[in-house]
Design a protein. Structure first.
Length: 181
């Protein structure tokens, strides 16, 4: 998506204004997944934490939540079986790229009326969260992605894996450290 320099009230310009950061965020996520240390996929920082592969798989899969927000009426929390953990950078990148492509396609096929309509996450009959799709696309998909991507960066730091910059060069980038161990 590119940002229009003369936005009008058409759907494309509005989507550009609302979500022009998505491409940069997805590219930053991809940079992190590229450095996934295959040999450490089963590592976890604490017994109650996800393994590195479980967390990285979740990060790669989060754009699919955007697809759900744009193409369904609601989501049942806990109803979807977590995806099988992916254990290589190549698998994670393929999953992420497919999820991002699906999210882009779903967003391209939406309109402002659909984005303004209500969507919900429920646990049985209990509503966990509800709101307009345009807001939940930001919180349930993108903010969620950024949160777990940061967690993955902490895992990498603890393992000595160089952390790529998300919004400019990282200390590892500036020091020329780009290789996974």
């Amino acid at each position: 998506m590119s940002v229009s320099t003369n936005p009008s009230n058409d759907t494309t310009s509005m989507l550009d204004m609302l979500y022009s950061d998505f491409e940069a965020e997805h590219a930053a996520t991809r940079r992190l997944l590229e450095r996934f240390p295959n040999s450490r996929h089963d590592w976890r920082p604490h017994e109650h934490s996800r393994t590195l592969a479980e967390l990285a798989t979740h990060v790669a899969d989060i754009p699919n939540r955007g697809v759900a927000i744009l193409t369904t009426n609601e989501m049942q929390a806990g109803a979807r079986k977590p995806p099988t953990p992916l254990t290589t950078a190549a698998e994670l990148l393929a999953a992420h790229d497919a999820a991002v492509a699906a999210q882009r396609a779903a967003l391209a096929n939406t309109d402002l009326a659909a984005l303004s309509s209500e969507w919900a996450i429920k646990r049985g009959d209990q509503v966990v969260t509800r709101g307009p799709r345009y807001r939940l696309l930001r919180t349930v998909m993108m903010s969620h992605l950024v949160h777990h991507r940061a967690q993955l960066g902490v895992y990498y730091r603890l393992l000595g894996v160089p952390v790529p910059g998300m919004y400019g060069p990282s200390a590892d980038d500036l020091a020329g450290r780009t290789q996974t161990q």
